[in-house]
Design a protein around this ligand. Structure first.
Ligand SMILES: [Zn+2]
Length: 136
């Protein structure tokens, strides 16, 4: 029987800079006040309250205990890239939920398409040790 490696989890890199940018865009300026400031502020606070670092620490601990591995990858552009042909364009994203590649016409729920890209990035790191993806 072939020996199978331990379980592998792919984890998005925490988005602290992204969160800062979201906060800044939500606030706006005196001349140009942001829209939905209160809602964005509440969302940011909820994200921070989730305790991503604790989640990551627990996930790494559990995976190590099970003989598995956690691979952190950047989430950048995973929602804009086609999981089939890898064409990347903002026009691929029809709406928050809908993804349709303008090149190969692949259609899928946007979250599922992004999840496939994240999984592929994790597998690439596992196969090649891509140091660009492991900076998280
Ligand atoms: Zn495509």
């Amino acid at each position: 029987m072939e020996h199978l490696p331990g379980p592998v989890s792919t984890l998005l890199r925490p988005l602290s800079n992204h969160q800062k940018n979201m906060s800044a865009s939500g606030r706006g300026t005196i001349e140009d006040p942001g829209k939905n400031v209160k809602a964005k502020s509440a969302l940011n606070r909820a994200i921070v309250d989730q305790g991503w670092w604790e989640f990551r620490r627990q996930l790494e601990y559990k995976q190590q205990w099970r003989g598995g591995k956690v691979i952190a990858v950047s989430a950048a552009n995973t929602s804009l890239e086609c999981s089939e042909c890898h064409h990347r364009a903002k026009e691929n994203r029809v709406s928050q939920a809908d993804f349709k590649c303008v090149k190969c016409l692949h259609e899928e729920h946007a979250d599922l398409n992004a999840a496939k890209n994240i999984l592929a990035a994790g597998r690439a790191v596992q196969a090649c040790g891509d140091i660009r993806q492991t900076a998280a």
